[in-house]
Write a protein that binds this ligand. Sequence first.
Ligand SMILES: [Fe+2]
Length: 425
Amino acid sequence: MIIRLLLVWPFLSILIGAIVYVIELRRVDDLVKDLAVSESRPFTYDNVDYLNSDEPAHRLLLRERNEEHIRMGHFIAVALYNRARQKVNEVIRPGFDKDLIGWHKQDLIAADGMRYKSFYLDRKISVHVLVPLINGSEEIVGYFEGVYLTDRETMSAIQARTTASLVQVVVIILATAITLYPIIMALNKDLLRLSVDLSQANIGMLKVLGSAVAKRDSDTNAHNYRVTLYAIRFAEAIGLGADSIRSLIKGAFLHDVGKIGVSDTILLKPGKLNGKEFAIMKTHPRHGEDIIGRYAWLKDALSVVRYHHEKFDGSGYGAGLKGEDIPLQARLFAIVDVFDALTSRRPYKEPLPFVAAMRIIRQESGAHFDPRLINIFEGIAWDLFEKIGSVADAAVEMELDALVEKYFNTSKTDNVQYDQFRKNL
Ligand SMILES: [Fe+2]
């Protein structure tokens, strides 16, 4: 969060600083224009009476006044025009360009009202102004044109003001960031807590739903817990990513959720199912899809729920998929589901010894199971059986809880990043 704020600070400083700079430049333009216009005003009033006179004495007086103005004020060039826009006189301060008056003529000359244009001269702001001269009857009797040059003090004051505005922007943005930081952090923490609550609620729902199914055909959740744990460890062994493992966990918990849609007479029948009954039993992956498919958070569990009874050679049921068309999580889950069924006690059978169970699993390589996965499973099966298949149910549940916590980040709220949560949820 600090890094983000530190990155945003210079970005905002530059952006807002640039906006402030442009506004400041416009203000400076207006300021200098106002200075130029106010300085030209008394001077122009003095000349109104003589502008349209051909008397040599009047012309001389006008020139003398212009020369005095150039000496005393900030204008470095002035020119006067009569009513017919003919130039009456023009004075340029010594040392400046003799064509100064003509520089912006095209921009200004067509205007009847006051016009101005600012530009830089010797790194100082200058304003070229054209002011209509009006007599007592509000008639335009001529025009004053002048080039105003700011003095060093005014320029320094303008620069100091612009710099101060920019520094102010940077400081205000930094102060805002520092003030907002604890507020954002507090809100973020609340959000994290809510995310954890939500995550825990979802996991709880997952367990409840899985248990509800397990209760229908067995007394405990042990099978669900063991196959989920086997599936996680197997997935880790083949290097599956965290996203896929999260889908696998959801799918493993809920793999037989569709059995809710199968009647008790078939589900709890002690003997072998007849053809018609088995056909109904085979609908449970589709029921599973109907149940969880509409909930976005569970959608990724479908790869296991919908396809866990597919077989690698295409002879399974569900959607009739074959080979690698069957989602990887379903191919992987099918192995651990059968492995646990073989090695665990059921009301109607004793557990098979590990070696006997593995013999059956191996025989199904390429038929029921993906042979490449079987090769890997053979390498880890004994270890899994020892740590999961041969221990008490409570220990399995504890280890599973720890792994669910790891993959869904349902604890340690202070250390968990919100992005990670959002991804998980
Ligand atoms: Fe099933």
